[in-house]
Design a protein around this ligand. Sequence first.
Ligand SMILES: Nc1ncnc2c1ncn2[C@@H]1O[C@H](COP(=O)(O)OP(=O)(O)O)[C@@H](O)[C@H]1O
Ligand SMILES: [Mg+2]
Length: 442
Amino acid sequence: MHPRWAGRCESCGEWNTILEETVAPRPGPAAKGAGRPVDFVHLDGSAELPPRCPTGIVELDRVLGGGLVPASAILVGGDPGIGKSTLLLQAAAALARTGRRVLYISGEESIEQTRLRARRLGVQDTPLELAAAINLRDIAASLRTPGDTALVVIDSIQTMWLDSIDSAPGTVAQVRACSFELIQLAKAGRFAVVLVGHVTKDGAIAGPRVLEHMVDAVLYFEGDRGHQFRILRGVKNRFGATDEIGVFEMTDRGLAEVANPSALFLAERHGNIAGSAVFAGVEGTRPVLVEVQALLSPNPAGQPRRSVIGWDGGRLPMLLAVLEARGGLRLSATDVYLNVAGGLRVSEPAADLAVAAALVSAATETPTNAGMIYFGEIGLSGEVRQVTQVDARLKEAAKLGFVQATLPRRIARGNRPPVQPNGLELTEIGHISDLVGAFPRE
Ligand SMILES: Nc1ncnc2c1ncn2[C@@H]1O[C@H](COP(=O)(O)OP(=O)(O)O)[C@@H](O)[C@H]1O
Ligand SMILES: [Mg+2]
């Protein structure tokens, strides 16, 4: 907040980045009298689970926790061009096909453009109701008598405009006020509203973050434009679990659901190359296998580079230090490049062991076994720590044809056979030196 004109932002030091927004004075509570006391009730009372309305797109329904909840608001955020309009037009059309009333309001594209897209996606013959509009007063007027509407898609919230707010579409004030209005309409009309929000880098228009607290669910659509697959990630859900992911593949006929993401992420793996290890990860409730790649290059003179794509960049120096101090590897005069192949972003600490395996494999120029998967968290003293969902990881690995796993030593429960029922041969390790010892040293 700046009480008067300022050319330079005090928090980031940039010039000419402050936008002027007028805040209309509102009558405070005192102006309206004393207020009415709120009713308090017991926790133990009737509490119906909200009914769900599946869209028919399984990967989307999974992230939503089983489908759309009536009278709720969902924010779908993502970079421009990542495929948000494509996904929502496909979902809206799939739902409309089941006989429910679905409205799609585009503020970015004309009717003709959306029709062309629908034709390309092969959904032009669905009874979806389409409008191109940005004036929220008009939109609200059409939503006040929603009938049996199940879903309203607003593409995008940054194009919507409320004439009572004295600033341009896309500003924080407009985005907030329009969203508030749409959420109230959704609660009153008992339909689900999806707000599409562009993630913006320069901050000239308000990003979806300003809305995260207002909506019931927040989904981010991620991916790398250079790769064909996209990930829909739940980061907030008032009606279900978060951290679920849906995996899609972008094709010229729109987004195709990917039922078996591990196979997709491992599709281009070449065995027998040093510096590669397969991580058995879990995203939400779903096991996902990905390849971790490490490349080392000597840099005796300068400051060594550490470059990470798809993993927590802050964890790599920690892991390198542990490998040096506890594993006896020399990596301080070496550039290190780390990449999660395919473009998935891994955030689990369980990836530590796979990253370490890729690094040791690169350092010793010895490929990991082609049939081996790795998972486990690594602590500062070099200990390999337990992680959750061991059975799900092993099962997924077996399903994809892997035959060996290196994992944290589990707390002894009798004499566990080293071979699992699903056919995997297990190597349980307790310390990073056990991993380093599995590779030959020069
Ligand atoms: N006419 C087209 N033919 C093939 N692919 C297209 C076409 N139009 C868009 N796409 C694909 O869809 C993507 C844009 O998706 P879109 O749903 O418009 O993104 P967003 O709504 O997130 O900005 C493009 O990056 C492109 O890959
Ligand atoms: Mg779009």
